[in-house]
Design a protein around this ligand. Structure first.
Ligand SMILES: *[C@@H]1O[C@H](CO)[C@@H](O)[C@H](O)[C@H]1NC(C)=O
Length: 500
């Protein structure tokens, strides 16, 4: 009996340090293990993400120098920031809250171009969208957004160039603030690079639903408002409503008759865009009536973009729009000037450009014989100043009507219509993370944060506009009409007799 009792008496004296040592050891191991976990977590800012393999770009660098500071930041921003959620987005969702009753007569109809939502979703109208469709679309996606019960989760696959990912997801998070009770549960795949990838011929048997910033008539990609509506820090473009007001103000600096009677373009010609290369050849005021300027981003970044302020580029009567590598975010700024927008027949369309009509709010310029086409437009405008001015003004009015309120309404209707087509109940995958206003502000660097803070949305005081159900042939005839007018302008130019 002596031995056990001695053991019994002795045991606390060595067990205690043992237990303490062991727990200290395991906490340390757990901590170190977790540091790795946190440090390796993918974030909307681009941590631990590779560029998309289908479009390479330089990998991002971050301010945090050590693994520990990165782990701390990610722990803080990604894991803890959405715990204490903003009360405007955390309304109890079990029973959808009733809005103040609005008489149906006071709710305005959505603009006509919203009807393209149905056209874009037509490929799935009959057979609907299965989880299989979504998982197949993943192969072309940079991230997945799942909204469940008004909470937004992202599953990140690849980084996006510059701050596109952060600002695109920010836009969705703001949509939840704008319409806290209305955004349905949804599961969407996004790509953030320029060119559409779901070709209609290649994917005819199984159309894949993939959201991106633009599409073409030969693609299934679903156009969605691009990041620049919330700001583009790398080019110093502020949120759209601010930028528009500034441009409009700048456009009023000179009357129409005092604006320079030539066509102006300023941008980056080195983006692998044949049309921009072609455009450089038209740089001759007398011969082609055009001034083509190269935007030197490096130089402009140093000068804080003072030279590229969009509001100072409205003193020309004509402003040229030329697509870049695909669609270009510059379209909305160019049309906002109220000058006559000379749009070189675009191949790509974004969500709103489909609402523009030739000779109503822009002048179509043919890419064939580009310089003479520009010259023809300039001569026509100078010979018909009141018509040219009216078209320019109609363009500006169109852009003014595309307020951020409209952009959110478009997003809401698009997501709602899309969600109706899902034949499964969206569930956030285990690898996804919740994202909220605070977590994005936390992950943003100082510069990004300044832009994000300017575009925080407030709950909408009114219900969204009413989406019209339009027959597909109405949209087809609209597209036909656009083509016809564009053709007529080209014929006028070829006959060369037109100016009077
Ligand atoms: C176009 O011409 C103007 C004036 O002649 C010149 O300053 C400008 O650099 C030219 N643009 C390009 C892209 O070469």
């Amino acid at each position: 009996m002596g031995v056990p009792s001695r053991t019994f008496r002795r045991s606390p004296s060595y067990l205690l340090p043992c237990v303490l040592g062991l727990s200290f050891f395991s906490i340390t191991v757990l901590y170190l293990y977790k540091v790795d976990d946190f440090a390796n977590t993918k974030t909307v800012a681009g941590h631990n993400l590779e560029p998309t393999p289908w479009h390479l770009f330089p990998t991002k660098s971050f301010a945090e120098k050590t693994r520990h500071s990165r782990a701390y930041k990610i722990l803080h921003c990604s894991y803890l920031a959405c715990r204490y959620r903003d009360p405007t987005t955390t309304t109890t969702r079990t029973t959808p809250k009733r809005r103040r009753p609005h008489s149906p007569h006071t709710i305005p109809k959505c603009p006509e171009f919203f009807s393209f939502i149905h056209k874009d979703l037509e490929p799935w109208a009959r057979n609907r969208i299965s989880i299989n469709h979504v998982m197949e679309a993943k192969r072309h996606a940079a991230f997945r957004v799942v909204i469940v019960g008004g909470r937004l989760f992202v599953d990140l696959y690849y980084a996006c160039v510059q701050s596109r990912q952060m600002f695109t997801i920010w836009g969705l998070v703001q949509l939840l603030r704008r319409y806290p009770d209305s955004v349905p549960d949804v599961d969407m795949m996004f790509d953030c690079m320029d060119k559409p990838s779901i070709s209609r011929t290649e994917h005819e048997a199984m159309p894949l639903p993939l959201f991106r910033y633009c599409t073409t008539q030969d693609h299934f990609d679903i156009p969605f408002p691009d990041w620049s509506f919330w700001g583009w820090p790398e080019t110093n473009l502020r949120p759209w409503n601010e930028e528009f007001q500034d441009i409009k103000h700048g456009s009023e600096a000179e009357s129409w008759s005092r604006k320079i009677p030539r066509a102006y373009w300023k941008g980056n010609p080195d983006v692998d865009s044949p049309i921009r290369t072609e455009l450089l050849k038209c740089n001759h005021s007398r011969k082609w009536g055009a001034q083509i300027m190269r935007q030197d981003w490096l130089q402009e970044t140093k000068g804080r973009f003072e030279q590229s302020k969009l509001s100072k580029q409205c003193n020309y009567r004509y402003k040229i729009y030329a697509e870049g590598f695909a669609w270009s975010v510059s379209l909305k700024y160019i049309i906002s000037c109220g000058s006559l927008a000379l749009i070189i027949s675009p191949q790509y369309e974004d969500f709103f450009s489909r609402g523009l009509l030739p000779k109503k709010n822009y002048w179509p310029v043919s890419p064939i014989d580009l310089c003479p086409s520009i010259k023809f437009a300039v001569d026509w405008g100078n010979a018909h100043p009141s018509e040219a001015k009216a078209i320019g003004k109609a363009g500006q009015d169109f852009m003014e009507s595309l307020s951020m309120d409209r952009v959110y309404e478009y997003m809401l209707h698009l997501i709602t219509e899309y969600s109706k087509l899902l034949d499964f109940k969206p569930v956030a995958p285990s690898s996804a993370q919740e994202v909220c206003t605070d977590s994005l502000l936390c992950l943003a660097d100082l510069e990004q944060r300044a832009f994000l803070e300017r575009s925080i949305a407030a709950p909408s005081p009114a219900p969204p506009c009413t989406l019209q159900v339009v027959k597909s042939n109405v949209i087809d005839s609209l597209i036909e009409q656009k083509k016809r007018i564009t053709r007529e302008v080209k014929e006028m130019e070829m006959q060369g007799n037109n100016i009077t």
